[in-house]
Design a protein around this ligand. Structure first.
Ligand SMILES: *[C@@H]1O[C@H](CO)[C@@H](O)[C@H](O)[C@H]1NC(C)=O
Ligand SMILES: *[C@@H]1O[C@H](CO)[C@@H](O)[C@H](O)[C@H]1NC(C)=O
Ligand SMILES: *[C@@H]1O[C@H](CO)[C@@H](O)[C@H](O)[C@H]1NC(C)=O
Ligand SMILES: *[C@@H]1O[C@H](CO)[C@@H](O)[C@H](O)[C@H]1NC(C)=O
Ligand SMILES: *[C@@H]1O[C@H](CO)[C@@H](O)[C@H](O)[C@H]1NC(C)=O
Ligand SMILES: *[C@@H]1O[C@H](CO)[C@@H](O)[C@H](O)[C@H]1NC(C)=O
Ligand SMILES: *[C@@H]1O[C@H](CO)[C@@H](O)[C@H](O)[C@H]1NC(C)=O
Ligand SMILES: *[C@@H]1O[C@H](CO)[C@@H](O)[C@H](O)[C@H]1NC(C)=O
Ligand SMILES: *[C@@H]1O[C@H](CO)[C@@H](O)[C@H](O)[C@H]1NC(C)=O
Ligand SMILES: *[C@@H]1O[C@H](CO)[C@@H](O)[C@H](O)[C@H]1NC(C)=O
Ligand SMILES: *[C@@H]1O[C@H](CO)[C@@H](O)[C@H](O)[C@H]1NC(C)=O
Ligand SMILES: *[C@@H]1O[C@H](CO)[C@@H](O)[C@H](O)[C@H]1NC(C)=O
Length: 695
């Protein structure tokens, strides 16, 4: 390996670790910030905040109980209590590690450039110390050590900072911190992010075609290898080897020898089929994986389950009518568990699964024949299974299922498939199968909610993903009805508005036998991106969004950090750019794309064109190297170096030498490492890279 390549690799690794990866605006209870009904009286946070008026009152009481006589110190302590209301409070209080009783107080700026405004950042911590050190404070949040203090009973003794902390250094070692590229600290003011400058849209996206099959799902092999599972709508899963870029190779697998064939069980039709596959995070040890598909109980007795249209949700199955000749709940949505045990010495070596179902996780009868999402994904941070479900069909969600807290239609569900419920639990909780309820699901906030629900108000979530660099960015595209296709950031207990809203617009249903939800009764979270139907031309005269991924691949450095999504019919692709980074403020641009002239399989479209007619973009995929793929009915396309299509990307030149190597992904917040460990990790990754390149 040449010296310059070596330096390039170090540069690449540095780049990966400098990647800003702190959270988006998020509250300490993991919910999205919101606008309180009335102005907050005590904490001066206005606009979007994490406090409602009750929180504000509680903070005022806490402040009063501190009985601070010195007015300068009092005003600083008030700002610290009120940091709970900041839209970045989850980050300020570091809720993903050991939550703190007070926010991280800025004690200096670090050498790395901060994305937070630097002016007021300096030494807020020392300001607290100098102003408050001799002031008596009752119920001081600073008394005692930091660890495990959140929620602990507060000693009512009057304390001065000097009673507990020897010096400013002691105090700021405990409570201070910096705003760096990974996190924000509190400087006495609401957090504001510096604009990173809007990067201009990429000049174009270059694709190579590496497969000619039509798939709905691509899931990288959990063992980290260059293999991925592909499933089609009919019900087959294949395990394929992905060729290296520039190798001229195509997907390698034996089509006649699928990993699993469920075509006998799966009911396949326009909107039905195998909708999702997910591999247990510990698949390499336990061999567990899951398929989400539709079935027909008239043809397969094991298919039947409770009907989603029932008296609990004010729905009478006999009044549904028979859509396309189907009886209500003839078709079902199921999640079934499978295993590779017994087919190889280790799960990673398995090339075939046992065909028989190990366990049925979930079964629910569908009221109509459309909008039943069906994607399944394991949360990268919590290991729970997220299950995306549409409103069940019918124009305008006639039964108001998406807003109905007792219905699982129009929801993102969150299930624990690692602990089995007892039979009594299943009947007591009214579960739809063999799973448990995570203890922090949002029913703990709102007792009216069905316990499986994580987020509500969706119409038909079609392709969701977690940003592999920032797991708190859980992105879902939600298919619209008449006007607007949207992209949402899914948060705990978030209500995405459907059917009171379609995207940003108020929606009035044509019929509403199931009752109505008034616009004023909900607090919707509006999409972060999207497009009007009038923005796309399609043969079908209709539009349907397909959600993608945040690009974390260096194959196209100009695409790095942008969120890609598409229109299924129009064959149009957009890149969403967040500015400032971590603000949740996105703009999106339709981007040009074309196929590399040296594509391994022939591509049939030319520069500036969209995908040819009848070529639908069903889905996106991401492999273990974070390269991105388009799954279309004309085949599988990989996003490659822009120069292969003669697109210019100024950053490409710098990174091309090293891009074929498997570069480790940027650290996730889940295992964010600080200080010396970071450099240690960087060193380890470097060693891994060297091994990969030499061995
Ligand atoms: C919000 O608060 C800031 C500072 O307290 C003030 O300058 C601004 O005008 C307020 N905005 C609104 C809409 O009240
Ligand atoms: C609050 O402080 C004042 C003096 O600043 C003192 O007189 C009063 O007793 C204190 N109240 C409590 C409840 O300790
Ligand atoms: C920090 O910002 C300054 C000015 O914006 C820039 O010149 C400098 O290169 C940056 N340093 C780093 C380490 O990014
Ligand atoms: C933040 O933005 C301001 C205004 O553009 C700039 O002067 C300042 O240097 C920026 N701070 C950092 C840390 O980049
Ligand atoms: C706090 O008390 C210490 C020791 O008595 C003294 O040196 C210091 O000046 C005092 N600080 C303030 C702000 O009064
Ligand atoms: C502090 O509180 C503890 C128990 O709450 C009590 O035992 C102790 O005497 C108090 N100390 C002072 C100085 O008031
Ligand atoms: C700032 O806080 C960090 C984290 O607690 C600490 O390591 C560092 O020493 C502090 N810096 C100063 C100047 O106090
Ligand atoms: C699809 O690709 C495979 C392998 O690359 C090839 O054997 C097959 O003939 C192709 N089918 C079509 C219709 O092009
Ligand atoms: C498969 O094997 C793993 C490891 O021995 C075990 O934990 C798991 O329970 C097995 N699963 C089934 C379905 O037998
Ligand atoms: C629709 O929502 C409203 C308010 O959220 C509720 O009153 C009504 O019962 C819901 N419809 C059904 C079928 O539950
Ligand atoms: C959102 O992004 C746009 C375009 O990048 C920018 O003009 C605008 O200032 C941003 N808004 C906020 C609140 O940062
Ligand atoms: C996309 O291609 C069209 C036609 O070739 C061209 O007019 C347009 O400027 C391109 N857009 C971008 C963002 O490069």
């Amino acid at each position: 390996m040449g010296g310059s390549n070596f330096i390039m690799l170090i540069f690449l690794i540095a780049l990966q670790f400098l990647d800003p990866c702190f959270a988006l605006p998020l509250c300490t209870d993991s919910r999205a910030p919101f606008t309180p009904k009335a102005k907050l009286e005590f904490c001066s946070y206005n606009g979007t905040s994490c406090c409602d008026n009750a929180d504000d009152l509680r903070l005022k009481k806490q402040f009063d109980s501190m009985n601070v006589s010195d007015s300068d110190c009092a005003s600083l302590l008030k700002s610290i209590l009120c940091a709970r209301c900041d839209q970045f409070s989850a980050e300020l209080f570091r809720v993903d590690s050991i939550p703190r009783p007070v926010p991280v107080l800025c004690n200096s700026t670090t050498s790395a450039n901060s994305t937070q405004s630097s002016q007021a950042t300096n030494n807020f911590c020392s300001k607290i110390w100098t102003t408050c050190q001799n002031v008596s404070v009752l119920n001081s949040p600073f008394s005692g050590s930091l660890q495990g203090k959140a929620g602990a009973p507060i000693v009512s003794n009057s304390t001065k900072l000097t009673d507990v902390w020897q010096s400013q250094k002691d105090f700021c070692d405990a409570f201070g911190g910096a705003s760096d590229d990974e996190s924000v600290c509190f400087n006495g003011e609401p957090v504001t992010l510096n604009s990173t400058g809007i990067p201009s849209p990429p000049s174009g996206m270059c694709l190579e075609k590496i497969g000619n099959g039509s798939y709905l799902n691509m899931v990288p092999h959990p063992d980290g290898s260059n293999r991925a599972f592909f499933s089609n709508q009919q019900g087959k899963i294949w395990l394929a080897t992905i060729p290296n870029e520039d190798s001229g190779g195509t997907l390698e697998f034996d089509e006649s020898n699928p990993f699993l064939d469920l075509t006998d069980e799966v009911h396949f039709d326009t909107q039905f089929g195998m909708m999702g596959i997910a591999f247990h995070p510990k698949f390499s040890e336990n061999g567990r994986f899951f398929a989400s598909f539709n079935c027909d109980k008239a043809k397969w007795p094991e298919c039947g389950g409770r009907c989603a249209c029932n008296s609990d949700v004010n729905c009478d199955p006999s009044k549904l009518g028979n859509d396309n000749g189907a009886q209500p709940c003839q078709y079902q949505t199921v999640i079934a568990e499978f295993t590779v045990n017994g087919s190889a010495s280790q799960p990673s070596k398995a090339t075939k699964a046992k065909p028989s179902e190990v366990r049925r996780i979930f079964t629910m009868g569908l009221p109509f024949t459309a909008h039943h999402g069906g994607q399944i994904l394991f949360g990268p941070r919590d290991g729970y299974l997220y299950f995306m479900m549409g409103d069940g069909g019918g124009s305008g969600d006639p039964y108001n299922f998406s807003q109905n807290k007792k219905s699982l239609l129009g929801k993102v569900m969150r299930l624990d498939i690692d602990s089995s419920p007892s039979d009594t639990e299943v009947s007591r909780l009214g579960l739809w199968g063999n799973y448990s309820i995570p203890k922090d699901n949002p029913y703990t906030i709102d007792a009216d909610l069905q316990k499986e629900i994580w987020a509500l108000g969706l119409r038909n979530p079609w392709r969701c993903s977690f940003d592999s660099a920032r797991p708190s960015y859980f992105m879902c595209a939600d298919v619209g009805q008449d006007q607007y296709e949207e992209v949402d950031v899914i948060t705990k207990y978030g209500n995405y508005g459907w059917r009171a809203y379609e995207g940003p617009y108020v929606y009035a249903p044509r019929t509403s036998p199931g009752g109505n939800t008034s616009v004023n009764s909900i607090r919707p979270i509006f999409p972060v991106m999207g497009y009007n139907h009038s923005d796309v031309n399609t043969n079908e005269g209709s539009a349907s969004i397909t959600g993608g991924y945040f690009s974390r691949s260096m194959a196209d450095p100009c695409m790095y950090g942008r969120y890609l999504f598409a229109d299924l019919y129009a064959g149009a692709i957009w890149a969403g750019t967040e500015n400032p980074i971590s603000s949740g403020n996105f703009t999106s641009n339709k981007i040009n794309f074309t196929c590399a002239s040296d594509s391994p399989l022939e591509c049939t479209f030319s520069p500036g064109s969209s995908f040819p007619a009848l070529s639908y973009i069903f889905s996106f995929g991401e492999d273990n190297k974070k390269n991105l793929y388009l799954l279309t009915n004309s085949g599988v396309y990989r996003i490659v170096h822009p120069s292969r299509c003669k697109y210019t990307c100024a950053k490409e030149k710098d990174t091309k030498v090293a891009s074929p190597s498997p570069v480790s992904s940027p650290p996730s917040k889940a295992n964010r490492l600080r200080g010396p460990y970071k450099s240690l990790l960087a060193l380890l990754s470097l060693l891994c890279l060297l091994l990969v390149n030499f061995v």
